[in-house]
Design a protein around this ligand. Structure first.
Ligand SMILES: [Fe+2]
Length: 189
């Protein structure tokens, strides 16, 4: 695969073409998968050293690389501190995550409650997989996962969303307390 020189701007151009031509979410994801992989493997053309700085309170650092004026097609670089991660969450839109540097363990969940109680959620873990540089995870709207960096150094991944996840009203879940609460990120500038 040609990986040199695939910039974020080129990725944006390709993403715009996909979402303008394809309506079905599964097909959108299947077409964005190789684009995300190419961008991840072309990190030399966009990855900055400063993206490795993560927020110690949050456990990770979030860098917005692109979004359209209506917040669609949002692209982030996210760095993960060693032995930290994000709790189980959804996105309120489709998501494609590509490993850029270092392993990240994803755990996958499904809701098993009947969604009748506001703020209450029971999750069941259905699997997990470690993603390395160049591996791509594509998730449909509503899919729930958590991410952990089990390694002893900062990891980085590239995240592409149908809409900026700060604007989708998505949720995070506490497995023990069985709660669903808004998941809002602290962004780095
Ligand atoms: Fe996520």
């Amino acid at each position: 695969m040609e990986t040199n020189g695939y910039s974020i701007q080129s990725l944006v151009t390709d993403l715009r073409r996909v979402v303008s031509e394809v309506a079905d979410e599964r097909k959108v994801l299947s077409q964005i998968r190789p684009l995300a992989q190419r961008a991840a493997l072309s990190k030399d053309s966009w990855l900055e050293r400063r993206f490795y700085a993560a927020d110690p309170e949050q456990g990770f650092g979030v860098y917005l690389l692109h979004e359209e004026p209506d917040h669609s097609l949002a692209i982030f670089a996210v760095s993960w501190l060693p032995n930290r991660g994000a709790p189980p969450h959804d996105h309120g839109t489709w998501a494609v995550v590509a490993g850029v540097d270092g392993p990240e363990r994803n755990e996958f969940f499904v809701r098993v409650d009947d969604r009748s109680r506001s703020g209450y959620a029971e999750l069941k873990k259905i699997g997990e997989k470690v993603f390395h540089a160049g591996d791509v995870l594509a998730m449909r709207t509503g899919q729930i996962h958590g991410i952990w960096n089990d390694s002893d150094r900062v990891s980085v991944s590239l995240h592409i969303y149908g809409k900026n996840i700060q604007h989708t009203g998505r949720s995070k879940f506490d497995l023990d307390k069985r709660t669903e609460t808004p998941f809002v990120l602290k962004l780095e500038s």
